[in-house]
Design a protein around this ligand. Structure first.
Ligand SMILES: [Zn+2]
Length: 418
């Protein structure tokens, strides 16, 4: 109807919709309508809308609809609002949880998303995590760059959000490069490219920040294209493939299997991961930060508390491993336990159980070290060995519920501690 009005009457399109003659966009049960800001066009827009309502029987809820104006005089604005019954909307407004605005998104605009994620983490782990988000601005124990690597490369498998964002925006860059059939690509061609080649295009400095951002991503991905075709993946552009390309090749670490083994409890895996990165705040390290500590081991008082001493040399840790061997009936290493885990050549199931016990022992040593620091008391190594075995039994029962077959349980059943 509006297209008809544009040919028959004086309906003028919104300046940025003129080329493609766009009068409205629909998304699920929401509709957006556009027109130029002159009296005739705005009234024709309302008239077409009321004709549509009468014909289709579909009515708009005026109280839930908003009108947004840009450089429209006050008198015309108030006439439009009184005739339509709409309220005047102001930018930014929220649509599907995201702020919609014409200017650059600022940190405070996105804070609601951070709060939402933090609330979710709180609800998941309120009982087990110690204020997971309260200190999210504190510097992490391991560098973010390392944390954001896959587990095989020594990280925690989190995505590097900066690179992931480039890869996702890159999808839009690729749509333009491959001239994908979409209204948005047509709109971009009509309003920005205007017939010029995307390969040689430079965004004008007065264009919108969204467009300048897309152009910046195009420059970052330029080396991945040849003659407008994405060369990195044979099957064409995907954000996941682009992300890997942006990350670049990294070497795998030899210890990831020993640490992330499915039989290790999550808290033990995390402790093992921190130990491999030498990130625990041992006394020796705290002394290096010029804190008021003497740097000596809390558990034996015989040497400086480095990670190497605490987990691999300390008399207390060695006693824990000896007691563990006695209680479990398994042979375990008496020094450099982590190195032993990594190079453990036992058969698969035996290796998994032994590695889980060793990691559990390291976790307990760190717990006792903290206990000794705060409460000035520690558990006896024989008692710790029993705690470790209890943890192991629980884990085996958990696995049992999932996929342990009778055959696999047979071997476990022969272990003396089960
Ligand atoms: Zn010690």
């Amino acid at each position: 109807m509006l297209k008809y009005a544009a040919t028959k009457y004086q309906f003028k399109y919104h300046p940025l919709c003129k080329e493609l003659k766009i009068t409205n966009l629909m998304f699920a049960d929401d509709a957006l309508m556009f027109s130029n800001g002159d009296a005739v066009s705005m009234m024709l827009l309302l008239k077409s809308f009321s004709t549509f309502s009468k014909t289709s029987g579909l009515k708009v809820s005026s109280s839930k609809s908003n009108a947004y104006f840009n450089r429209v005089n006050e008198e015309l604005k108030s006439d439009f609002l009184s005739v339509s019954g709409f309220k005047e909307g102001k930018l930014p407004f929220r649509y599907l949880g995201m702020p919609i605005q014409t200017t650059r998104l600022k940190k405070k605009d996105c804070e609601c998303l951070v709060d939402k994620i933090c609330n979710r983490i709180h609800s998941y782990g309120a009982r087990k995590l110690d204020s997971p988000c309260a200190g999210y601005r504190r510097s992490p124990l391991v560098a973010w760059d390392t944390i954001c690597r896959p587990k095989q490369e020594g990280g925690l498998g989190l995505k590097n959000q900066e690179l992931w964002n480039i890869a996702m925006v890159g999808r839009l860059v690729d749509w333009i490069a491959t001239k994908k059939e979409s209204l948005w690509v047509q709109w971009v061609n009509a309003n920005y490219l205007k017939g010029s080649s995307w390969q040689d295009y430079t965004a004008p400095s007065n264009s919108s920040w969204v467009w300048r951002r897309i152009f910046k991503v195009k420059q970052v991905l330029a080396n991945g294209y040849s003659q407008g075709v994405w060369q990195v993946q044979q099957a064409g552009y995907t954000p996941a493939g682009c992300y890997e390309w942006l990350r670049g090749a990294r070497t795998k670490v030899e210890w990831h299997n020993a640490i992330w083994e499915c039989w290790n409890l999550p808290k033990h895996r995390f402790m093992g991961w921190l130990i491999t990165h030498k990130s625990l705040h041992t006394n020796s390290r705290l002394k290096g930060f010029e804190m008021n500590v003497d740097g000596m081991c809390f558990l034996c008082g015989q040497a400086e508390e480095t990670q190497k001493h605490l987990f691999f040399e300390c008399a207390f840790s060695r006693r824990v491993i000896q007691e563990l061997m006695k209680t479990s009936g398994l042979r375990l290493p008496d020094s450099d336990v982590l190195h032993w885990c990594i190079h453990n050549t036992d058969l698969k199931k035996q290796r998994k159980v032994k590695n889980a016990l060793v990691l559990s022992a390291m976790y307990q040593v760190w717990q006792q070290r903290n206990k000794s620091r705060i409460e000035q008391l520690v558990l006896r190594p024989s008692r710790i060995a029993l705690l470790i075995i209890d943890d192991m039994k629980k884990r085996i029962k958990e696995r049992d519920k999932r996929k342990l077959t009778a055959h696999k349980l047979d071997w476990l059943g022969r272990l003396s501690f089960i």
